[in-house]
Design a protein around this ligand. Structure first.
Ligand SMILES: [Zn+2]
Length: 249
């Protein structure tokens, strides 16, 4: 990705990067980025990069993000030295990004035990609503909503525990996202883990970039869905899923 390489010289020009986050003058983010580029691995906002972060580097990254956030506050002309409210804001925001709201970029996939479908279940299964907390890639504004998952297993499908759906969805959602891409990522992951005959995902969410800024439309919700396999082919199954979901909303 040639576009991302161009960002490197600009980052080096930012002052105040302490020794703790650097290795021979190279910011830790740059070391991680170089590894990703060498592996030709995509690192968009909603990609997970945990495999390219070495032990101890996440702590160093936290220091680096804190320093960059301090520079942002300075550029916003906020007197963080005398304003007690914003004294620790840079650190708090850095922690919030790396350890909470964007954790799904930096943490490895949660361990999920899959077990064989010994009962040979082949009935429609619906999980939800799963709470969705995410942020939009465009503005880093919150996206809060709900997700429903419909699974049509076959005798060869793997099954996963009920609570695991939420943990996997959370791992995908706690990244800067675009709703359409987020539901596709959830569908791809569940497809890979379970190998069902059919899979359906519906997500309904409030986008705070519509409410807090922009058009300030307080009531707009975005709903989208992904249908795979038997949900795509079988309109009766699709209708059954959607009507069960509408009754429970
Ligand atoms: Zn937005």
């Amino acid at each position: 990705m040639p576009g991302t390489r161009q960002a490197l010289p600009a980052m080096k020009a930012v002052p105040h990067v302490s020794r703790a986050t650097e290795d021979e003058g190279v910011p830790v983010s740059q070391r991680i980025r170089e590894r990703l580029l060498a592996a030709r691995q995509r690192f968009h906002a909603n990609d997970n990069i945990a495999d390219y972060i070495e032990p101890g580097e996440l702590e160093a990254l936290l220091d680096e993000v804190q320093q960059r956030m301090t520079a942002v506050l300075e550029s916003l002309v906020i007197d963080t030295e005398s304003d007690h409210n914003t004294q620790d804001t840079a650190r708090r925001v850095a922690k919030m990004y790396l350890h909470e709201v964007f954790k799904g970029r930096y943490a490895k996939i949660p361990t999920v035990t899959e077990f064989p479908n010994v009962e040979r279940l082949n009935e429609l299964m619906i999980v939800g609503p799963v709470t969705v907390r995410s942020a939009c890639s465009h503005h880093f504004c919150p996206i809060l909503g709900k997700l429903w998952i419909g699974v049509m297993p076959n005798e060869h499908s793997n099954l996963i525990g009920l609570s695991k759906y939420a943990r996997l969805a959370e791992w995908i959602m706690s990244r800067p996202q675009i709703q359409e891409e987020a539901v596709t990522q959830v569908a791809d992951l569940l497809q890979e883990k379970m190998q069902p005959d059919g899979l359906a995902i519906v997500m309904e969410a409030d986008h705070f970039c519509m409410q807090w800024r922009g058009v300030k439309d307080m009531d707009s919700k975005m709903i989208n869905s992904v249908m795979r396999g038997s949900f795509l082919k079988d309109s009766t199954l699709r209708r059954e899923f959607l009507s069960l979901l509408n009754n429970r909303k």
